[in-house]
Design a protein around this ligand. Sequence first.
Ligand SMILES: [Zn+2]
Length: 218
Amino acid sequence: MQNYDDIKREVLDSARWLAEHGYLGRLSSGGNISVRVPGEKNIAITPSGRTYFSLELNDICVIDFDRNPIAGSLAPSIEAGMHIGVYRHRSDVNAVIHTHQPFASTLSIINKPIPALFDEISVEIGHEVDIVPYAFSGSAELVDNVTGKLGNACHCYVIQNHGALSLGADLPRAMRNSELLETVARIYCQALATGEKIQMLPKSAIEHFAEMRKLRFK
Ligand SMILES: [Zn+2]
């Protein structure tokens, strides 16, 4: 059997960083992380219901796209179907991070998509962080709701009354997108709280960055 230690280490280290920095629970689980195994129809994913600081390397699960276990003895995250749905629909994505990060989650309860506000975000994440409609955690309906939004080619989404979803061509880029999302969500929440008019990027800038993304993420 292939040794998945390197990819499991990558998932474990990222989960601990996200927990340490408030994106996942420290004393609870609250989120999940996965990476597509190169050249295989398998993913490495965090297990269900375990705190991230208690995890060891072999607690990271490797499963196939039908959720059959390939390596590891723990049950995979209940959101494994959502992760697999992303990999099935987006060949450009090789890492998926689902968190309950606070500012993106704030927008999830007021149903506010994040519009184009900054150059960097528009290039890295896309023209809008859209809202995925609510469904029970771990349900087939939530998988359908997520995959129904993936056609906009963006790298971040807010899940209504739940949390955030950040994607990347690899785990470092998905991590960076998760952090960028939290930064822009915090700024947007603060701006909304002022009650003042929000200044969007000009239409010409949005179009320019959309063209850049087509070249960069084709
Ligand atoms: Zn969740």
